[in-house]
Design a protein around this ligand. Sequence first.
Ligand code: ATP
Ligand code: MG
Length: 355
Amino acid sequence: MPSSRHYSVALVPGDGIGTEVIPEAVRALEATAKTHGFSLDFTDFDWSCERYHKTGRFMPEDGMDEVKRHDAILLGAVGWPGVPDHVSLWGLLIPLRRELKQYVNLRPVRLLKGITSPLADRGPEDIDFMVVRENNEGEYSEIGGRIYAGTEDETVVQESVFTRRGVDRILRYAFELAQSRPARHLTSATKSNGIVHTMPFWDERFKAVAADYPDVKTDQFHIDILTAHFVQHPDWFDVVVGSNLFGDILSDLGPAVAGSIGIAPSANINPERDFPSMFEPVHGSAPDIAGQSIANPVAAVWSAAMMMEFLGETQAADAMVAAIETVLVDEATRTRDLGGRASTQECGRAIADAL
Ligand code: ATP
Ligand code: MG
């Protein structure tokens, strides 16, 4: 945690529209810093598929050490045709999340003014919750294998890993978050009727950790019916916590019901703050629109707002989200994907002006 109100930010614009939207996030951050009395410095890192093509690696040997010297990382998008998704995922994003102990993946599900939810008759007052996803273990493990490949007996096994330390710390984070919000309500995603080892353990730990937070109201749903409730009763939720896989599903479904998968932000958080946390738009590098100055910069700016909130600049973060809303309600400052007329830079400048 920085001791002064100066923050050192590592920028990883990445590929495609990542390189177009990150400068707009920087523009918004600089405007916010001016009006809120803090200062920032930025260091650019060219970790991308382009670099991978040239050098065979996404980051240099000392990259991890370099990035650890910063207070936070703001990432655009990494991925490009010709580099399979799993190569950039396991070559850059997963090592960053794991080595920097970013065991929380956080996504706000919030219907902003100016955005229409695909759920009829739902307004901003109905859709405002957070999805907390376990980001380091669970179902996404490399443990498993295949036997009798290519025969009728072909058999494939994939193991999940749930440790008490890993489960307790994500649950504790979710309880703390719920406790800090007015509704004080935490929902757990489970499937203990079908998955008979890991999920009953998850439920058991949920109950155990809950004992330390008597003022937080709790409930739990099986993941299948929970997805239905997201669509039918988004107003039921305040904070929702899930394992790596269930959280992954919910953290895409959530922003979709908020009508905003294209403008959705996310955070990979290290709650102990011994290493920097990383903030990134949910969208990818969008090769189909890259280089045309039509990408929507809102997801990047909103991610930057989450970064400032994590760094303790809550008022600045709120101001950034309010500025986004001002821009979204006006066709002239919305980008094309939202039926507007503005370019990436025009939208970014409008956000900065509003700040
Ligand atoms: P990834 O696999 O890297 O997560 P993806 O390939 O699934 O991403 P995106 O790169 O996010 O998907 O693109 C999906 C679609 O959404 C594309 O048609 C793209 O043009 C559009 N899109 C994504 N981000 C934006 C944005 N910021 N502004 C406008 N359109 C976007
Ligand atoms: Mg893709």
